[in-house]
Design a protein around this ligand. Structure first.
Ligand SMILES: NC(=O)c1ccc[n+]([C@@H]2O[C@H](COP(=O)([O-])OP(=O)(O)OC[C@H]3O[C@@H](n4cnc5c(N)ncnc54)[C@H](O)[C@@H]3O)[C@@H](O)[C@H]2O)c1
Ligand SMILES: O=C(O)CC[C@@H](O)C(=O)O
Length: 469
């Protein structure tokens, strides 16, 4: 890395002190930096790939919350970024204060990145959800602020499926109650109300990554599988898709829910649905706490309609570990804790060494590719756009990343601005109201960068401009 003074310019008084190329990523808070060509992720190993870094790497501030796995922390730290990792989530007010100078934030399922938090995040360019669910992020507000969001779409699916298989057997054999009794010194050897799972029917609501993993495991246990989904899907093995939720509820001994948190899945399993379930059946929810009406489940358990249930997710969950699961966080918590044959777990469906390690690598690598090169492959709220990496043989090339409103006439204006240079390659795509353009242009003098950046920024369609080289 060339030794140089580091400018923290605004777009008016940008100045540089070292001739070597430097990266300008002039988002809402421009920082002039110096290029350090190093083989970071996404580069062509052993080739002359020039790894673009939009900031002096030590300027890149990364905040990781909720105990993001060390694999992810290490990948980001190896880039030279300033990484701060906390074990818990933060409240909205804490986030508004903490996020102001952060460029990259990593979260899991607890941290809520609301539009208020995102408005305060003046420097934020990218969010990594080190999990599957992204309902905790205001994805539309993020896109409208030019903030890209990545997740790990299925690295913990197997872990969740295996937990559910364990819960099916544990519920069928009242394992939790027997173990608690013996921990308290009570020997209670019973078979009444205890069953094999072989030959029983598992009903899966939501046949996605987790649902179909679970389908295969359940059939291997000798269970019959039916599933309900809002889209027609190819079944795994001999599983059968049913055409309504009510048909699934009436036809299953064990009902398990694996749908995203959406407006249409709020209280998807409530009093009415519980009444449609078979007498003495079981309910499992490892999706999101909003999907099951827990007070209704408590009543169904007390009445004997439901013979047992396993819950891994709750409408309100503690931000960190400790003795919090009481009526202060959910008004029915202590009623729920008192029920028989109810397995309660603290959102651990994806909490295995394998899943967390894989998620850490997958999401951290996506973040590095985005920060260093502007690639949006795998993004959940932006079009997926990528260009071949620039190489050290292209010393005067510049990568322009232009996130803009998806309105007519923008490409013409952008290409007029870029037109003084040869556009080696360009890719653009749109997703709803937002469009994403990447262009590599050649023969750019460092003296032209500021005007190039400002011209793009001055376009009315601008959401965010990044200039990397
Ligand atoms: N407990 C945990 O630790 C844990 C771990 C991973 C995921 N999750 C949660 O589980 C959810 C599902 O995960 P996934 O990876 O299987 O997701 P996925 O997107 O692969 O599958 C979800 C399925 O649900 C279907 N669906 C959506 N709305 C529906 C509706 N109203 N009725 C029926 N089906 C509907 C979709 O068509 C899709 O097939 C995630 O969104 C996440 O919230 C929890
Ligand atoms: O591990 C987590 O915090 C979230 C797990 C799960 O809900 C997910 O969305 O992947």
């Amino acid at each position: 890395m060339p030794s140089a003074a580091r400018d923290i310019p605004n777009s008016d008084n940008l100045s540089r002190t070292v001739s070597n190329s430097f990266n300008l990523s002039l988002s809402t808070s421009p920082v002039a930096t110096f290029n350090s060509s190093s083989s970071s992720l996404g580069g062509h190993k052993g080739t002359s790939a020039k790894q673009l870094k939009p900031f002096i790497t030590s300027d890149i501030k990364v905040l990781l919350l909720e105990n993001v796995n060390k694999t992810g922390q290490d990948i980001l730290a190896r880039q030279g970024y300033q990484v701060e990792a906390l074990k818990s989530s933060l409240s909205e007010d804490e986030l508004v204060q903490k996020i102001r100078d952060v460029h990259v934030i990593g979260i899991r399922s607890k941290t809520k990145l609301t539009s208020k938090v995102l408005h305060a995040a003046k420097n934020l360019i990218v969010i990594g959800c080190f999990c599957i669910g992204t309902n905790q992020v205001d994805l539309k507000a993020a896109a409208q602020n030019g903030i890209c969001v990545f997740n790990s779409p299925f690295s913990n699916s197997r872990s969740v499926a295996e937990l559910v298989i364990a819960e099916i057997i544990a519920l069928a054999r009242q394992l939790g109650d027997r173990s608690n009794e013996l921990h308290n010194g009570v020997w209670n050897k019973v078979s009444a109300g205890c069953w094999e799972v072989r030959g029983k029917t598992l009903g899966i609501i939501g046949y996605g990554h987790i649902g179909n993993q679970l389908s295969v495991l359940a059939e291997a246990m000798g269970m019959r599988v039916v599933f309900y989904d809002v889209v027609n899907l190819m079944s795994m093995g001999t599983a059968q898709q049913v055409n309504s939720l009510n048909a699934l509820l009436a036809g299953a001994d064990f009902v398990t829910v694996h749908v995203p948190e959406l407006p249409e899945t709020q209280n998807m399993i409530g009093k009415e649905q519980l009444e449609k379930m078979r007498q003495g059946s079981y309910l499992i929810n490892a999706s999101r706490g909003s999907v099951v009406d827990i007070p209704a489940l408590i009543e169904a358990s007390k009445s004997g309609k439901i013979a047992g249930a396993a819950l891994d997710v709750y409408p309100n969950e503690p931000g960190g570990n400790g003795n919090y699961f009481n009526n202060e966080i959910n008004s029915w918590a202590e009623d729920l804790r008192a029920l028989k044959n109810i397995i309660l777990t603290p959102h651990i469906g994806g909490s295995t060494e394998e899943a967390q390690s894989a998620i850490g690598v997958e999401v951290a690598e996506a973040l590095v590719r985005y920060v260093n090169e502007g690639a949006t492959l795998g993004a959940v709220n932006m079009p997926e756009v990528n260009l071949r990496s620039l190489t050290l043989d292209e010393p005067n090339h510049v990568r322009v990343v232009y996130i803009h409103k998806n309105v007519p006439g923008v490409l013409r204006k952008v290409n007029e601005i870029l037109g003084d240079h040869n556009v080696d390659k360009q890719m653009t795509d749109s997703r709803g109201e937002v469009a994403y353009l990447m262009a590599d242009i050649s023969n750019v003098n460092t003296s032209e960068i500021k005007d190039l950046y400002q011209s793009l920024e001055d376009l009315g369609s601008r959401i965010r401009t990044r200039v990397l080289y």
